[in-house]
Design a protein around this ligand. Structure first.
Ligand SMILES: [Zn+2]
Length: 227
């Protein structure tokens, strides 16, 4: 992938599937195959969030950094940013939100998935762990994905907590292309982008980038076949 594709600045590698959802052109047929298998198993597998641009991720980031939208703690509860140091604030945001330019959603290989048919009436999708875990309305879909998605090349990079990004059972990734994208996404590429963009906290980000790169970008689960 080109540097601009890796960092969400262009859409030339994407195709549209479903309602306005953009995904990597080579991943679209693979996802549709997974979706078809899910349908046979009784699920309506849909993407809540596919491709996300640099600008969109920058807006999410800046709103959190400026305190315009809430930052959650590790228990998914709103966090008071005031008593935190700048570095603690940076860590707290990175637990849930990717650095602009380093979101896996830029690649079009990664999706947040759900089943609208399993969502209770008048309930909005929250993307919270309780929805996908034991007793949650997506538990059976989650189980089915655990047993079947590797056959289609998909896995969960945030399956378990490794000290960086939070557990995200809804986030799946197409390994054959995403693994290459991660290899291509070099630290210097992110640095050169952040330095020229309007990302809040950028001097601290640039200073901490080796740590961010190691702990939040490269520190992910790998594809496991079977259960
Ligand atoms: Zn995601």
């Amino acid at each position: 992938m080109l540097a601009e594709q890796l960092t969400g600045q262009v859409t030339s590698h994407l195709s549209e599937i479903g309602n306005n959802i953009l995904v990597h052109s080579d991943v679209a047929p693979e996802f549709e195959a997974l979706q078809k298998a899910a349908k046979i198993a009784g699920f309506n597998l849909q993407i809540a969030s596919g491709f996300r641009s640099f600008e969109r991720q920058q807006l999410i980031w800046n709103n959190k950094y400026a305190g315009k939208t809430s930052v959650l703690d590790k228990n998914e509860q709103p966090l008071d940013l005031l008593p935190l140091s700048e570095l603690e604030k940076l860590f707290a945001i990175l637990h849930w939100s990717a650095l602009p330019g380093a979101s896996r959603h830029h690649w079009g290989t990664d999706f947040d998935i759900f089943d609208p048919n399993l969502l209770p009436a008048k309930q909005n999708l929250q993307l919270k762990v309780c929805e996908y875990s034991s007793g949650g309305y997506f538990q059976e879909l989650d189980q089915w994905l655990s047993e079947n998605m590797a056959l289609f090349g998909f896995y969960r990079p945030y399956q378990t907590f490794l000290g960086g990004v939070a557990i995200e059972p809804w986030h799946i990734s197409y390994s054959p292309i995403a693994d290459k994208a991660l290899q291509q996404l070099e630290l210097s590429l992110i640095y050169d982008l952040i330095i020229k963009k309007n990302v809040l906290g950028k001097s601290l980000i640039c200073q901490q980038l080796p740590m961010i790169y190691r702990q939040f970008i490269c520190n992910i689960n790998q594809l496991h076949y079977g259960k």
